[in-house]
Structures are given as C-alpha cells and as structure tokens.
Design a protein around this ligand. Structure first.
Ligand SMILES: [Zn+2]
Length: 300
C-alpha cells in the first residue's frame, strides 16, 4: 500500500493456532464460530504478519513474530506450521536485518516480540536487528520489570534483557510522533503498556491496533481476548479507535488474521471492504485442519 511518501507491506512469518475460547474470551463458541473458523480441538488458525514500513529515510518493522528461539515443545504447543524466523521473513522482502532502522513493538508478548532477540549457535543472545531502535511504551517496560504471577511467563528475560543491555529500547510516554505521519498511541488493555500506531500519507490512514483487533472477527469492542490483563481498558480503547477509523475511513491492519490484511468500515460501523491475504501454502495447511464450513464471507 502507498500512503504518500510511505510504502506499507504485510510480511508473512508463519501460521499458528491458539485456543479459540482464549481468543474470544467470554463470547460463546456458538457465536464466534459464525465469524471465524475453528478446528476439532477448538484451535483457530492465525497468522503472524509483521508490517514493513518504508519512507522518510527509515525502514521500520512493526512486531516480529515468536522468533527462532522456540523449542520443539513450544512449536507444537503453538501449532506452528513452520518455525518462525524474522530474518527469513525479512529476506523474502529483499532486506537484511541491519537494514531495519526501527522496530515498533505493540507489546512484549512472545508472538510479537520474541523475534527481537536471536540465540546464536554458541548460545549467546543477541539483538536480531542490530541497528534498530526498539520503540515501546514506558509502561510496557515497567511491566517487564515488575513481573506479576499472571504476566511473568509472557515476558521471559531472553526476549528483552539483551535489548535493554544493548541500549536499544526507546520508551514512549503515551503519544509519540516517530516520523511525519507515523504516530504511536498508548492503549493499555491487552497489556499494561500495549500501544497502537497510525500511519498517514497521501490522504489515507492505516491504524494498527495490535491485539486489540487481532482479527476482523474482533470488531465488537466487547469481544475481548481472555489473554487481556485489563479487559475494561481494551473495551474503551477499542470503542474509541474504531469510531475514529470509521469517521476517517481509515484502514485497520490485522496482525493475526489468516484471511485479511486490513479492513475498512462502512457508515453502519460494520466491515465494508477487506484487503485479502494471499492464499499461501500455510493457509491451505492451516485450513485443512478446520472442522467445519468456513463462515460466510470467508469464501476461499
Ligand atoms: Zn498476539
């Protein structure tokens, strides 16, 4: 997508799966399965799609997938179609890791931030993108340093201490303009320091809501993941941002949606238009496991 001087690409790391109940929180399966497919084990197929943003002399990545540090047990647990590898994913776009000037991290959960640190063959943990400043919210850094029994497992040291020690972390305090038309916005909700971003240029805007809008099926502000640490904050933030996106006719980008890269809302507040994902082998493999007919509108 072109937005004035900016170019935006959706990269595709791999497909994976999570329990559908956890992804839709208190919403009953009988209701959410009409919007998103599910397999016999109640898992739903999900994507990992870091954004690549180029322009104004910068090459930025938004989120990084699980990374290559997962062991075989974890790869099975998350049902990865193939191991994650942010370097391979970037190479598919013709770029080397040192071409990345900045990484924006919506939050530090492993499926978004695990790829920021790589374990070398001798076991050393090193930043995957050695030249990149890593932009995250100050409150997310605070969450990393004040582990709670609920969040501790989501913030393993290996995903962030090497970055902090290398002095690569750049804290944003709420709202921050990173470049002309590129802004970070604290949302909280999913995690203490979860952030969204907006990218504008050429009269268009794309909103990336991270895990506040993981897939197109999460449009209703009340459809909140069970993973969210502060669900009441998610609801209010999503309500607010979705209203802005509808009024401004913005695209909303998805990180985890298997079917769509982005969607645009109509005046009725429902999806009016989608940017469809490419049908890759990963999609076929993931969908082969889906137990029932695809919901209406997902006519692959
Ligand atoms: Zn996620």
């Amino acid at each position: 997508m072109k937005l004035g001087e900016w170019t935006l690409d959706w990269l595709h790391d791999t497909a994976f799966g999570l329990d559908g109940g956890a992804m839709f929180g208190v919403v009953p399966r009988m209701v959410w399965q009409r919007k998103y497919p599910v397999d016999r084990d109640h898992f739903i197929p999900l994507a990992l799609r870091p954004l690549l943003i180029r322009g104004h002399g910068r090459t930025l990545l938004v989120d990084s997938g699980y990374g290559s540090k997962l062991d075989a047990r974890q790869q099975g647990q998350f049902r990865l179609i193939r191991p994650c590898d942010p370097v391979r994913t970037l190479a598919a776009a013709g770029l080397a890791p040192d071409a990345i000037t900045d990484v924006i991290v919506t939050h530090m959960h492993p499926d978004h931030a695990g790829g920021l640190v790589t374990r070398t063959e001798d076991g050393t943990l090193v930043p995957t993108f050695p030249r990149a400043r890593i932009h995250l919210q100050a409150r997310e850094i605070e969450a990393l340093h004040t582990p709670h029994p609920r969040t501790r497992h989501a913030y393993p040291d290996e995903n962030w201490r090497p970055l902090e020690e290398a002095g690569l972390l750049e804290a944003a305090d709420g709202h921050k303009v990173l470049a002309p038309g590129l802004e970070l916005h604290h949302t909280g909700g999913h995690s203490l320091g979860h952030q969204a971003l907006t990218l504008s240029g050429g009269g268009q805007t794309v909103l990336h809501l991270g895990d506040l809008m993981a897939t197109h099926a999460h449009l209703n502000p009340l459809w909140v993941m069970a993973f969210d640490d502060f669900p009441m904050d998610t609801i209010l933030a999503k309500q607010d941002w979705v209203a802005k996106a509808r009024e401004g006719e913005w695209w909303i980008a998805f990180y985890h949606d298997m079917f769509h890269l982005a969607g645009r809302l109509g005046t009725d507040g429902q999806w009016a238009e989608f940017l469809r994902a490419e049908r890759t082998e990963d999609v076929d493999q993931a969908l082969a496991k889906v137990a029932m007919d695809l919901p209406a509108g997902l006519d692959w």
